[in-house]
Write a protein that binds this ligand. Structure first.
Ligand SMILES: Cc1cc2nc3c(=O)[nH]c(=O)nc-3n(C[C@H](O)[C@H](O)[C@H](O)COP(=O)(O)OP(=O)(O)OC[C@H]3O[C@@H](n4cnc5c(N)ncnc54)[C@H](O)[C@@H]3O)c2cc1C
Ligand code: FES
Length: 286
């Protein structure tokens, strides 16, 4: 006799990974790999810029990784991963043809559509360009909707810049005012030097700060300094958004692992409006 699985024991589909295959892999910069994935068990739900998937390295574990592909291209499922520990290391080692588990997309997106008519400022520090790339591509697909689109990208050094070819393409994109800066120059670098916050005033010199909406992503300290600097310049705190990272387990708002004050990052974020989280970011350990 076949035992019937009670209704309550069935795993909700949001917790059940589907299999995906690595179609392409790109190494760099340094300890970062970008994987292009193809689902094996059917189609994925469309994602919105800023959302993330849970990627499962079989036998090792599962972590949250932002989706970095083009939201206008359903076949482009890109994830850019920094090798910082057991799971990210296993994912970064995957080669074309290898399989992994995937579930998602999860989380609240960058509110790109809602910024129509405004100056859209996007500020990316280091790996923060990965979760912002879909938002930039979305904005560039409809540039007439915005008064202007401004992108400020920062990295520790020229070799740490993510997506160098994409940055070269964007430099020639008439709808985008791009500014790239590095903390430390290396021989051959003729671009700007200094942390991203030092570029903000220049980037906004033709804008009325009250009309600027900012999407900011990078290390927490960088996001905090950027948003405070933008506030000082007159950009309203309720027109700035950041993306938070916390350890995740369920990604569905059930387990509490990703609690951040009154919010769960997986359910209420990862994209938060700055004025909602600014005070919390001052408290260590939250
Ligand atoms: C919504 C969301 C989106 C994310 N998007 C991405 C993404 O696009 N690409 C990506 O690479 N990561 C991303 N992360 C971070 C990623 O989930 C963590 O880095 C992951 O937990 C690492 O797991 P691990 O087992 O490899 O390392 P762990 O064993 O968890 O950590 C190993 C060591 O690395 C440190 N560490 C953990 N995370 C980071 C970090 N982010 N930076 C530096 N040191 C760290 C830990 O403190 C620890 O000392 C995202 C996280 C969230 C919540
Ligand atoms: S990861 Fe379980 S509540 Fe967010």
């Amino acid at each position: 006799m076949v035992a019937r699985v009670p209704e309550t024991a069935r795993i909700p589909s949001a917790l059940l990974p589907m299999r995906a295959r690595v179609a392409h892999r790109r190494q760099g910069p340094d300890d970062v790999a970008t994987l292009s994935l193809c689902p094996v068990d059917g189609r994925l739900a469309p994602f919105r810029p800023g959302q993330f998937n849970m990627l499962y390295a079989f036998g090792v574990g599962e972590i949250a990784i932002s989706i970095s592909g083009d939201p206008g291209n359903a076949d482009s499922l890109l994830h850019t991963i920094r090798d910082v520990g057991a799971v990210s290391h296993a994912l970064c080692q995957l080669q074309p043809g290898d399989m992994l588990g995937l579930r998602g997309p999860f989380g609240k997106p960058w509110p790109v559509d809602a910024q129509a008519g405004r100056d859209l400022l996007i500020v990316a520090g280091g790996l923060g360009l990965a979760p912002l790339r879909p938002a930039i591509l979305q904005a560039l697909a409809m540039p007439e909707r915005f008064r202007s689109i401004i992108l400020v990208v920062g990295a520790r050094s020229p070799t740490d810049l993510l997506y160098p070819e994409q940055l070269r393409d964007w430099a020639g994109e008439p709808a985008l005012a791009l500014s790239v800066t590095v903390d430390r120059a290396t021989p051959g670098w003729s671009g700007m030097v200094g942390v991203v916050t030092t570029r903000l005033a220049r980037a906004l010199d033709r804008c009325d700060p009250a009309n600027v909406s900012a999407l900011v992503c990078g290390p927490e300290v960088m996001m905090r300094h950027c948003c405070l600097a933008l506030e000082d310049m007159g950009v309203p705190p309720d027109a700035q958004w950041i993306s938070m990272e916390r350890n995740m387990k369920c990604a569905t708002g059930s387990c509490g692992h990703c609690q951040f004050g009154a919010d769960f990052v997986c359910r209420d974020g990862p994209v938060f409006r700055w004025d909602r989280v600014a005070a919390r970011l001052r408290i260590r350990g939250i």
